[in-house]
Design a protein around this ligand. Structure first.
Ligand SMILES: [Zn+2]
Length: 160
C-alpha cells in the first residue's frame, strides 16, 4: 500500500537531469500527491523553467519508478501557476549544491539585484570576494563566477 511517505521516499531518488545533485523534492517542484488506488497515483509538478526539456525526462522517470513497483497508472499533472522560483528550493538542497561546488541562490525571487551586483560567496572558500564572468554557465540556470581569493571558477545557481 502506498502512503504519502513511501511515495516521497521514491520521489527523493529522482534527480533533476540538469543538476543531478538535486532531487525533485530538493527543487520543490512536487506540488501534490494523490493516491487514487494502489495501482493509480497522480503527481502534480511545477516546471522549473517554462519549456524546460528536463521536465519530460522527470515525468518519465517518475512514471518508470512507480510502474516498476507495480503501479499501473501514474498521472503527471503540470501546474504552471504559481510559477516556480528558486525560493522553493529546500535548505537541504542548497546545502547539497554548496557541497557539490555550486553556489546556491542567494536572494529571494523578489529582491534579486541586477546581474553583476549580486554578492555570491565562493562555495569552496566562502569568500565573498567573487566576480561574475558570464551570465550563462554550464546550463542556462547557472552563471559562471570566479573567486578572487582562491581563484577557482564556480557555477552559481541563479535566482529565478
Ligand atoms: Zn574561493
Amino acid at each position: 500500500m502506498w502512503t504519502r511517505e513511501t511515495i516521497l521516499e521514491i520521489l527523493e531518488t529522482i534527480c533533476d537531469p540538469e543538476v543531478p545533485v538535486l532531487s525533485i523534492l530538493d527543487l520543490g517542484i512536487v506540488r501534490d500527491i494523490q493516491i487514487i488506488s494502489p495501482q493509480h497515483l497522480a503527481i502534480t509538478i511545477t516546471p522549473t523553467y517554462s519549456g524546460c526539456p528536463a521536465m519530460n525526462t522527470i515525468a518519465m522517470s517518475i512514471r518508470m519508478e512507480f510502474m516498476s513497483r507495480g503501479v499501473e497508472q501514474v498521472d503527471i499533472h503540470e501546474i504552471l501557476s504559481p510559477a516556480w522560483t528558486t525560493d522553493w528550493m529546500s535548505e537541504h538542497g542548497k546545502e547539497k549544491l554548496r557541497a557539490y561546488g555550486i553556489a546556491p541562490p542567494q536572494y529571494q525571487h523578489k529582491d534579486v539585484p541586477a546581474f553583476g551586483n549580486e554578492i555570491v560567496p565562493c562555495p569552496i572558500c566562502q569568500s565573498t570576494h567573487t566576480e561574475a564572468l558570464s551570465q550563462f554557465g554550464s546550463t542556462s540556470c547557472k552563471a559562471l563566477y570566479r573567486c578572487l581569493d582562491c581563484l577557482e571558477p564556480f557555477d552559481y545557481f541563479k535566482c529565478h
